[in-house]
Design a protein around this ligand. Structure first.
Ligand SMILES: NC(=O)c1ccc[n+]([C@@H]2O[C@H](COP(=O)([O-])OP(=O)(O)OC[C@H]3O[C@@H](n4cnc5c(N)ncnc54)[C@H](OP(=O)(O)O)[C@@H]3O)[C@@H](O)[C@H]2O)c1
Length: 242
C-alpha cells in the first residue's frame, strides 16, 4: 500500500537515498531540509506528484508544529511514517565542550525529533493509522569514538525515546524503531582523514564503509507492512562494527 512519509534531512546523503528508495516503492514523501540541491530537484521532477519539499530549519524546535504540521502537511494528510534522519555532528573532546554548540545540536538531533514525534503520533491517531517511526542513530552510541561523546549522547537519547514510544503507543498499532548505521561516506564524515577512515574500517567485520543504500533499504523495510511485528528495536546496519 502507498504510504505518506515524512523524511527529514532529505537534501543529501542518507536522507536523499531514503527518499529515492521510498519513491521507487510507490510511496509519497514529504521531505524537509534547509536547502534543496539540484539532485533533490531532479528527483522532484521525476516524481512530481509524489515528492514534496519544504525548507525548514529544524534547529527551531519551538516552531516545528507550525512550520511542518500547519504550513506543510496539515491534518488532511494521513502520515503513515516519519523518518528522523536530519542531524548535526558536534565533534570535539569533552574538555573543549561548548554549551551553545551542544544546545544547537540537541535542538536538531533530539528536541525537534521529539516535538515532531508528538505531532506525528497525533496525526496517526486522528487518521487511525498504524504508523511507523524510524530514528537514525549512530554506531558511536554502542562502540564509542574519541571526540563523539556529545554527538553519541544525542543519539543515545533518541534510542531511549524510541523504545519508550514503542511501549507507549504499540497498543494502537504505532511502531517505533531505530536504525543504527556504521560509518558512511557522506558530507557529515567528509572531514575525516584517510588514516582515520582506515582505523574505522578496521573495526568492522566487512572492512569497509557502510552502504548508504543498505541503510535506506532497511529504513524503508521498517516503514513497510512487512515489518508489522517489529517495534522497539535498534537495527544495526554497520558492517559488523565491533
Ligand atoms: N555519515 C556517517 O558516517 C553517519 C554514521 C552514523 C549515523 N549517521 C547519521 O545518519 C543520518 C544522516 O547523516 P548523513 O551522513 O547523511 O549527514 P549529512 O550528509 O550531513 O546530511 C544531513 C542532512 O540533515 C539536514 N540538516 C542538518 N541540519 C539541519 C537543520 N538545522 N534543519 C534542517 N535540516 C538539517 C541536512 O540538510 P540541509 O543542510 O540542507 O539543511 C542534510 O539533508 C544522521 O542522523 C547522522 O547522524 C551518519
Amino acid at each position: 500500500m502507498s504510504k505518506n512519509i515524512i523524511v527529514t534531512g532529505c537534501s543529501r546523503g542518507v536522507g536523499l537515498e531514503i527518499c529515492k528508495v521510498l519513491l521507487e516503492q510507490g510511496n509519497t514523501v514529504y521531505g524537509i531540509a534547509r536547502s534543496c540541491p539540484d539532485e533533490f530537484k531532479a528527483l522532484q521532477a521525476e516524481y512530481a506528484d509524489y515528492l514534496f519539499f519544504k525548507s525548514v530549519d529544524l534547529a527551531d524546535c519551538e516552531n516545528v508544529r507550525q512550520n511542518v504540521f500547519k504550513d506543510f502537511c496539515g491534518n488532511n494528510v494521513r502520515i503513515d511514517g516519519y523518518v528522523n534522519n536530519a542531524a548535526v555532528a558536534y565533534d570535539d573532546i569533552i574538555t573543549n565542550l561548548n554549551l551553545n554548540r551542544l544546545k544547537v545540536m540537541y535542538d536538531v538531533n533530539v528536541f525537534t525529533p521529539m516535538m515532531m514525534t508528538k505531532s506525528v503520533i497525533r496525526n496517526m491517531l486522528l487518521h487511525h493509522a498504524k504508523g511507523s517511526i524510524v530514528h537514525i542513530s549512530s554506531i558511536s552510541v554502542h562502540t564509542g569514538y574519541k571526540g563523539l561523546a556529545m554527538y553519541a549522547s544525542s543519539k543515545g537519547a533518541l534510542e531511549a525515546f524510541s523504545k519508550d514510544t514503542a511501549r507507549e503507543w504499540g497498543a494502537l498499532g504505532i511502531r517505533s524503531n531505530v536504525v543504527v548505521p556504521g560509518f558512511m561516506a557522506t558530507a557529515m564524515s567528509s572531514t575525516l582523514t584517510e588514516e582515520q577512515r582506515s582505523k574505522i574500517y578496521a573495526r568492522t567485520s566487512l572492512k569497509a564503509a557502510t552502504s548508504i543504500r543498505s541503510v535506506a533499504e532497511t529504513v524503508a523495510f521498517l516503514l513497510s507492512d512487512k515489518a508489522e511485528s517489529i517495534t522497539a528495536q535498534n537495527v544495526h546496519v554497520d558492517n559488523g562494527t565491533i
